[in-house]
Design a protein around this ligand. Structure first.
Ligand SMILES: *Cc1c(COP(=O)(O)O)cnc(C)c1O
Length: 389
């Protein structure tokens, strides 16, 4: 078999459909500006919503932690012991989320793809919003359960599916999986509606707060707490890699849930623990979010969101505007990538988002805001978009 020839053929096919991805080299830290392929460009591509990824306090926390705990963690936490910062972080995450317990994974992707198949199995039914992130889809697939997709945000349709699956097999366990803030559209799920449905149909609810954390809820703890629903959501999920500015993922819920996952989530059991320094840096991020500086950053982000809503309004996909994710609708893949290149030539980087991240012919530029942006940045963006469109 000539593997390279086969793979080159596949890449050519991606090229023909404007779906080929390429890595762009960044020679420096993430922030308002990026050194992208040797040029300094205004950056609208990150999920570092509060601008913490480079915060001196987080860097300092990581340095101090490395002095005590070294860098590599040696093995899975079940093998060579669990370093104190991970346990401390899990307690603090649980407090923040107002749950009994939490468990940290090396990424949000690992939390979903390890956690979901540990909890759900063949014979179960998993209901997913059409726009669920790949990690929820992959977790659901790995479970071996029956997957039912409901149209984005359509709780009427979800209820019909729940009812029909209940008739089909009243004994099957049912899971509803969704995000509280959608990653590529920036719109919000109807959390109270979802909780009502899951209670009516005896299902369990898994909610991914990847893009809600840091931006919504008390101390940036997310939309579930903002809505006061933490006692009615079985599994809260999220990442420490976005607004928290570090890396890692978590599942939060009951003490029993945590204990069970320690035993059964394969991405936890069979994967080396993340460096303790990341846990200590994340703890610092949680402290910042709960304090005066966090509040100031959030206020700045909120006013940027408001400004973006009025400046970018005409080009946005419907439903967006409540979160820092602003999808500028283009539709055609080739055109989206041309627009991305055109903006880049003018010193502004906004990534083009295409299938399979979003459905075909729904390509877009995904503008994401950070507290480190300045109001003039959005004015510049608006001028460029006007010229381009
Ligand atoms: C980014 C993202 C994840 C994955 O988190 P990582 O820590 O980056 O692996 C999970 N869910 C959603 C909705 C995301 O956007």
């Amino acid at each position: 078999m000539n593997l390279d020839e086969i793979l080159a053929g596949e890449l050519r096919r991606l090229d023909e459909h404007s779906l080929r991805r390429r890595l762009k080299e960044v020679g420096g830290a993430q922030g308002r500006f990026l050194m992208l392929e040797g040029r300094r460009v205004l950056n609208f591509s990150g999920n570092d919503y509060l601008g913490l990824a480079n915060h001196p306090a987080l860097l300092q926390a990581a340095r101090e932690s490395m002095e005590l705990y070294g860098l590599g963690s040696g093995a899975s936490r079940l093998l060579s012991g669990t370093q104190t910062p991970h346990l401390a972080l899990e307690k603090e995450l649980a407090q923040w989320k107002n749950t009994e317990a939490s468990l940290v994974f090396s990424s949000g992707y690992a939390a979903a793809t390890g956690g979901i198949p540990a909890l759900a199995g063949p014979g179960d039914v998993l209901f997913l919003d059409k726009l669920c992130h790949a990690c929820l889809i992959d977790g659901a697939r790995l479970s071996g359960g029956r997957i039912r997709i409901f149209p984005h945000g359509d709780l009427g349709r979800l209820e019909k599916l729940l009812a029909s699956e209940q008739r089909r097999d009243p004994e099957a366990r049912r899971w509803i999986l969704t995000e509280s803030v959608f990653s590529m559209d920036g719109d919000l799920a109807d959390l109270p509606g979802l909780v009502e449905l899951k209670e009516k149909y005896g299902a369990a609810l898994v909610i991914d707060e990847a893009h809600a954390v840091g931006v919504f809820g008390p101390d940036g703890s997310g939309r579930i707490r903002e809505e006061g629903l933490e006692g009615r959501v079985e599994v809260q999920m999220g990442t420490l890699s976005k607004a928290a500015g570090v890396a890692g993922g978590y599942l939060a819920g009951s003490t029993v849930l945590r204990e069970y996952l320690v035993n059964r989530a394969r991405s936890f059991v069979f994967s080396t623990a993340p460096p303790a320094a990341l846990a200590d840096a994340t703890r610092e991020a949680l402290r910042l979010m709960g304090g005066e500086e966090g509040r100031q950053r959030l206020t700045r982000l909120r006013s940027l969101i408001e400004e973006a809503r009025s400046l970018l309004g005409p080009w946005l996909r419907p439903g967006s505007g409540a979160s820092p994710v602003f999808p500028v609708q283009v539709r055609d893949e080739a055109e989206a990538m041309r627009l991305c290149d055109w903006l880049l030539e003018r010193g502004v980087y906004i990534p083009g988002i295409r299938y399979p991240t979003v459905p075909r012919k729904q390509a877009r530029l995904r503008v994401s805001l950070s507290a480190s942006h300045q109001p003039g940045d959005l004015v510049r963006l608006r001028e460029l978009l006007e010229e381009a469109m």
